[in-house]
Design a protein around this ligand. Structure first.
Ligand code: KIV
Ligand code: ZN
Length: 398
C-alpha cells in the first residue's frame, strides 16, 4: 500500500450540509458532487441515508451520476441504517458505508446509555453486516479524542477484525491539539493488530481553530485519509477546510512529501460554486479562497509583489485557481474580458451561451459598480437553470 498518497474524503454534502444555512436540495447536491468530482476528491460522502427521504434520494442520485469517486453514506451502527445506506448506494460502481459509534465514556453514558462491552458488540455486528453489502466499510469511534486510549485501541481492533477497511478517528468536538492528535494516531497504529492492513483517517472540527493543523498532524502520525469540506463548512465552527489542507500539502511538500489526486486549480472555482449554492461565502480573510487571500494593500507589500510575487506570496493565485487577472469587471468591460474571467472560473461557454451571459452581465453592470466572481457564477447558474427549464418544457411538449 503506497504510503505517500493522501486520500481526500469530502464531506461537504454530509457534515457540511448539516450546519445552519448550508442545506442543499438534491439538484444542488448534484451540482456540487460534479464539481467535487472535477476537483478530484477520492471519496465523496453524499449524505446520511436514513436521515430523511431527501438525503436518501440525493445519495442515490449522486451514486447514479457521479462515477469516478467512491460514494459514501453515513450510518449509525444499526441494522436499519446500514440497510438504508446500502440501498441508497446501490447504483454506485464503488461505494462505502461509513459507520459511526460513540466511544468516549461521556457519549456512552449520556448519549447511548450503554457500557463499553455493549459498544464493542455493536461495533462488531455493524461492521460485519455492512461488509455483506459493500467492499469498503469505514468505522468511526465518535469522539475518539476524548476516548480512553486503551478502549480506543480495543474498539478499533474489533472493527478491523469485523472487516473495516478504513478507521477514522474523529475529533468530534474540536478538542484536540496537534501534538496529541499526531500521537494518538501513532499509538493506535503501533498497538492494534492488523492496523497496517487498513487506512487511518482524520476528521477534525474547528472549535479551537485547529482543524487544519490537527489534520496535518494526523498525516504526520500516519493518517492516509483526511475528511474535510469546501470552505470549511460544517457543524458549529466547521470542519477542516479542504482547500487549506491541500494548499499546505502543496506549499510544504518539502515537509509532508505526500501526493494526492486533487487538481488544485479547481479549488477557487469549487469554493465559489458552493458559496453560490448555500447562503454564505468564505470570509474575505479566509485562507486560499477568501477575497483578500491574494490582495495586497500596504505599499511595501505592493512594491515587493510587483518586483517578485514570492516576496509576499507563498503560492501563486493561479495555482489554486484564483484568477490572477485583477481587472475589475464593470459596465465598460467587453465580451473578451468576461469570457476570460468565466474561463478562469471554470466556465467554457459556447458562443450562444456567452452572448446570453454577456447580455445579463451588461444589465447587472449597469446596476452595480463592480461585478465580482460570485456575481458571475450566479449569473451563469441562473442562465443554466433557465435553459434547463426551457429544455424540460420542450421535452414535455414533444
Ligand atoms: O464529527 C464526527 O464525529 C462525525 C462522525 C459522524 C464521523 O462527523
Ligand atoms: Zn464531523
Amino acid at each position: 500500500m503506497a504510503q505517500d498518497r493522501v486520500f481526500f474524503f469530502d464531506t461537504t454534502l454530509r457534515d457540511g450540509e448539516q450546519s445552519p444555512g448550508c442545506s442543499m436540495t438534491q439538484a444542488e447536491k448534484l451540482i456540487m458532487a460534479h464539481a467535487l468530482d472535477d476537483l478530484g476528491v477520492d471519496i465523496l460522502e453524499a449524505g446520511f441515508a436514513i436521515a430523511s427521504e431527501g438525503d436518501f434520494a440525493a445519495i442515490q442520485a449522486v451514486a447514479k451520476e457521479v462515477r469516478r469517486p467512491r460514494i459514501a453514506s453515513l450510518s449509525r451502527a444499526r441494522r436499519e441504517d446500514i440497510e438504508r445506506a446500502a440501498a441508497a448506494l446501490e447504483p454506485a460502481d464503488r461505494s462505502r458505508i461509513h459507520i459511526f459509534l460513540a466511544s468516549s465514556d461521556i457519549h456512552l453514558e449520556y448519549k447511548l446509555k450503554i457500557g463499553r462491552e455493549e459498544a464493542l458488540e455493536q461495533a462488531h455486528k455493524a461492521v460485519a453486516l455492512a461488509r455483506t453489502y459493500v467492499d469498503e466499510v469505514e468505522f468511526s469511534p465518535e469522539d475518539s479524542t476524548r476516548t480512553n486510549i486503551d478502549f480506543l485501541c480495543k474498539i478499533v481492533q474489533v472493527a478491523i477484525e469485523a472487516g473495516a477497511t478504513t478507521i477514522n478517528m474523529p475529533d468530534t468536538v474540536g478538542y484536540t491539539i496537534p501534538d496529541e492528535y499526531r500521537q494518538m494516531f501513532r499509538t493506535v497504529r503501533e498497538r492494534v493488530p492488523g492496523a497496517d492492513k487498513v487506512v487511518f483517517s482524520a476528521h477534525c472540527h474547528n472549535d479551537l481553530g485547529l482543524a487544519v493543523a490537527n489534520s496535518l498532524a494526523a498525516i504526520e502520525g500516519g493518517a492516509r485519509q483526511v475528511e474535510c469540506t469546501i470552505n470549511g463548512i460544517g457543524e458549529r465552527a466547521g470542519n477542516a477546510a479542504l482547500e487549506e489542507i491541500a494548499a499546505a500539502l502543496m506549499v510544504r511538500e518539502n515537509h509532508f512529501q505526500k501526493q494526492h489526486g486533487l487538481k488544485l486549480e479547481k479549488l477557487y472555482p469549487v469554493s465559489q460554486q458552493l458559496a453560490q449554492i448555500i447562503s454564505f461565502g468564505p470570509s474575505p480573510n479566509k485562507a486560499i479562497v477568501g477575497g483578500n487571500a491574494f490582495a495586497h494593500e500596504a505599499g511595501i507589500h505592493q512594491h515587493g509583489v510587483l518586483s517578485n510575487p514570492l516576496t509576499y506570496e507563498i503560492m501563486t493565485p493561479e495555482s489554486v485557481g484564483v484568477p490572477s487577472n485583477r481587472m475589475v469587471l464593470g459596465k465598460h468591460s467587453g465580451r473578451h474580458a468576461l469570457r476570460s474571467r468565466l474561463l478562469a472560473l471554470g466556465y467554457d461557454l459556447n458562443a450562444e451561451d456567452l452572448d446570453a451571459a454577456y447580455h445579463a452581465f451588461t444589465e447587472l453592470a449597469d446596476r452595480k459598480k463592480a461585478v465580482y466572481d460570485l456575481d458571475l457564477i450566479n449569473l451563469v447558474a441562473h442562465h443554466k437553470r433557465h435553459a434547463d427549464l426551457i429544455a424540460a418544457e420542450t421535452v414535455g411538449e414533444a
